[in-house]
Ligand binder design. Structure first.
Ligand SMILES: Cc1cc2nc3c(=O)[nH]c(=O)nc-3n(C[C@H](O)[C@H](O)[C@H](O)COP(=O)(O)OP(=O)(O)OC[C@H]3O[C@@H](n4cnc5c(N)ncnc54)[C@H](O)[C@@H]3O)c2cc1C
Length: 439
């Protein structure tokens, strides 16, 4: 196993999932200590020791990196771990630190790195990315985050709640633009409510830095130009690029997609019979659990002749904002593009008893069914802790559960999950007219 750049364990544990989710939870704790949904509960404010929060995050990352990565492989008898960049010489040989190593089969799992847009002056402003931001113990005065995708939004909410003034610049007309507009709207309205400055349809065209002050020259939605002054830090979160540049792929003729990912089929095979790819470097979903799954099936396919395939038609995913955004299967746009006869049921959280009792009704549950078979084909949830609901909907899609099955099932009264039953019932009825514990 050859690794360089990030520590062993790669993005997720060191600079991705783990640090971001830890800081999001810290931010949530601060937020709830300051904001109450109950008039009779009046918070008295919160004391945030930012440096301590980051020190604790570092400790957590170090512990998990050791326990879940280094310790796990430490007793693998036949494993040699090399620190260095791997570069293909031919399709049987790589070079690492000037030494050549031969192998019968290879698995490329080199991940992805932040896409740094080609904008004048950006390379001269000491910008941050997820690799550097999460380690800053000194609280930034403010942050301008370039990019309103999931990474930018998770960072925006966490840092804003930890007391940093945050602005998000997004060059398209809305955040999370791969999702339908109702999801972007629900999320954006909460983000603005928390005091984050959102600038959709703003395009940065030049960066300048003098002392600690960065000037961002932007084209505005109406075509005029403006200068945004950032006295804190600029964070780049404008997507990711697959990490292939140092691999010497031109030496072996490995096929890439037009976006630069290693092209794999559902068995993680590349165009070269002894080379497999998995994870963010390949043209597959970019999550740690899909990366791990792909690595496993690639190795089984390579060495046992198994014919394992990845099927992502019911893949669940979560964006850890508040409310969270979660999905599985198709949304209505994808159903339409695939010419599937479909119907949508959308239940606002203000109709879900759990949300009503908690005085927290931001969001909705949306189910998409095939009108010919009544099978659930997709779901989208925008809700506090909505990510906890998505796995059951992913299973329902995977195992062909019908909307009638969902509507006829028992769900404990006053759980958020009950919203799924109510959304299923909503295909045929007006849920606001149902009595308590509706059937
Ligand atoms: C801020 C953030 C938050 C995220 N949150 C989540 C989340 O909550 N849930 C989730 O499922 N996913 C999350 N992700 C995505 C997740 O981290 C990635 O999908 C996952 O880490 C991909 O794993 P990988 O093994 O493909 O690549 P990586 O984990 O990136 O590992 C690749 C490794 O290969 C090294 N490398 C690259 N080129 C070479 C070379 N030529 N030679 C040697 N070594 C090389 C790299 O430096 C790195 O160490 C998040 C990502 C980010 C950035």
């Amino acid at each position: 196993m050859v690794n360089d750049g990030l520590d062993f364990g790669g993005t997720c544990v060191n600079v991705g999932c783990v640090p971001s989710k830890n800081l999001i939870r810290a931010g949530e704790t601060a937020y709830h200590a300051n904001h109450s949904n109950f008039e009779g509960i009046r918070p008295k404010g919160v004391d945030i020791d930012f440096a301590q929060v980051i020190k604790d995050k570092k400790k957590l990352v170090a512990t998990l990196q050791e326990k879940k990565y280094l310790d796990v492989v430490s007793d693998f008898k036949n494993l040699t771990m090399l620190k260095g960049w791997a570069r293909f010489i031919d399709n049987q040989t790589i070079e690492v630190n000037g030494e050549r190593y031969k192998a019968i089969k290879f698995l490329i799992a080199t991940g992805a790195t932040t896409n740094i847009p080609n904008i004048e002056g950006l390379d001269k402003i000491d910008y941050l990315t997820n690799v550097s931001l999460f380690d800053l113990e000194e609280k930034p005065v403010s942050l301008t985050i370039m990019g309103g995708g999931y990474i930018g939004l998770e960072i925006a909410m966490a840092y804003n709640r930890l007391g940093v003034k945050v602005r998000v610049i997004e060059f398209t007309d809305r955040v999370l633009r791969t999702q339908t507009p109702d999801i972007s709207e629900a999320l954006e309205s909460q983000i603005r409510k928390e005091g984050i400055e959102m600038l959709p349809n703003f395009r940065a065209i030049k960066f300048e830095k003098q002392g600690n002050v960065t000037t961002i020259h932007c084209k505005c939605p109406d075509g005029s130009f403006t200068k945004i002054v950032e006295k804190g830090k600029v964070v780049i979160a404008t997507g990711t690029n697959p990490h292939t540049s140092q691999l010497g792929l031109a030496n072996i003729g490995l096929e890439l997609t037009k976006n630069g990912h290693i092209a794999v089929n559902e068995k993680m095979e590349t165009n070269l019979s002894n080379i497999y790819a998995a994870g963010d470097v390949a043209n597959t979903p970019t999550f740690v659990y899909t990366a791990a799954f792909e690595g496993k099936i690639a190795v089984e396919n390579a060495f046992t002749g198994a014919e394992n395939k990845a099927d992502y038609s019911s893949l669940p995913w979560v964006v850890f904002t508040d409310p969270q955004v979660a999905g599985a299967g198709m949304d209505e746009a994808q159903a339409k593009a695939n010419s599937i006869p479909f119907e949508v049921s959308k239940l606002e959280l203000k109709d879900v008893p759990r949300a009503i009792a908690a005085n927290d009704t931001k969001g909705f549950i949306k189910l998409i069914r095939n009108t010919q078979t009544d099978k659930l084909i997709g779901a989208r949830i925008v809700a506090p802790e909505g990510g906890e609901l998505i796995q059951q909907l992913s299973m329902a899609i995977k195992y062909g559960i019908t909307v009638k099955d969902l509507a006829d099932s028992f769900y404990p009264y006053l759980t958020l999950g009950e919203g799924i039953k109510l959304a299923a019932i909503t295909f045929g009825k007006d849920v606001s007219k149902l009595s308590c514990c509706a059937s």
